[in-house]
Design a binder for this molecule. Structure first.
Ligand code: C5P
Length: 239
């Protein structure tokens, strides 16, 4: 598969068209952003770590029959994905209070939720990705009722798998963000990435093992992300 023209330049990755019209190439970048792009830094090595972590996790999801866009990792920073039309929603699943949820309800972080909560945010940088409900999703013609139900079901099924996966390396999955896309026939599959950039992971001492280290200036991201990759590789690839 040959890398052709740049299709889309994102904050954390670039997407390229390939000589196969059903396949795109994602190149993970070293740029870190927070506060919707207001905080921005180059963190050398982050792209390679997130590409490898995401690739391993998506491989595990594929193995457990979750339909995803992931085809294969082709280099430290690149992977091939099935081309989809991204649904402009950030689908957030929360198992414990943290981040914007704690702020919104004035709650401490780390309180276990009786049942996981799925939230939708409208992916729109100009609007700062607003929190929206099912009726808004329908009004904006982002997804139908049936599709909204599928998104929620898939998100909760993925939550079970990921919670179990991270528990194997002694990390608690606090919350995470997913993005889904449509194949040409309308089938909804999991897309984008799953990494410490897009999830909150706490170790047994409730230390942050995720992008909050960058957002909150708690230290170096690279050794922390490296630990996640190494432990996942040991657990799932026998490395
Ligand atoms: O900020 P908030 O608490 O709403 O984030 C919930 C989860 O979604 C966190 O794991 C965060 O890393 C992720 N997220 C993301 N991209 C965003 C917003 C949130 O990956 N634009």
């Amino acid at each position: 598969t040959e890398k052709l023209t740049l299709l889309y330049e994102g904050k954390a990755k670039n997407l390229y068209l390939t000589d196969d019209e059903s396949i795109v190439l994602a190149q993970y970048k070293d740029q870190a952003t927070a506060l919707n792009g207001k905080k921005k830094d180059l963190i050398s090595g982050k792209g390679a770590l997130n590409n490898q972590i995401t690739s391993l996790i998506f491989r595990e999801l594929n193995r457990r029959s979750v339909q995803t866009h992931f085809i294969e990792q082709i280099s430290k920073t690149e992977q091939l994905n099935t081309k989809v039309d991204i649904i402009p929603l950030e689908v957030v699943v929360r198992n414990y209070t943290a981040g914007s949820f704690s702020k919104r309800f004035d709650l401490a972080e780390g309180i276990k939720l009786a049942t996981p909560i799925v939230e939708f945010y409208y992916k729109n940088d100009d609007l700062d990705d607003p929190f929206i409900n099912d009726a808004h999703v329908k009004f904006l013609e982002i997804a139908s009722d049936e599709e909204i139900a599928i998104l929620k079901q898939n998100a909760l099924a993925i939550d079970l798998i990921l919670t179990d996966l991270f528990a194997k390396i002694d990390l608690k999955l606090i919350d995470f963000k997913l993005e889904f896309g449509r194949l040409p026939d309308g089938t909804i599959i999991l897309a984008d990435e799953i990494s410490p950039d897009t999830s909150r992971l706490w170790d047994v001492d409730n230390n942050h093992v995720d992008k909050d280290v960058y957002r909150r200036d708690l230290g170096d991201l690279i050794p922390i992300y490296q630990r996640v990759l190494t432990d996942l590789q040991t657990e799932f690839e026998g490395k």
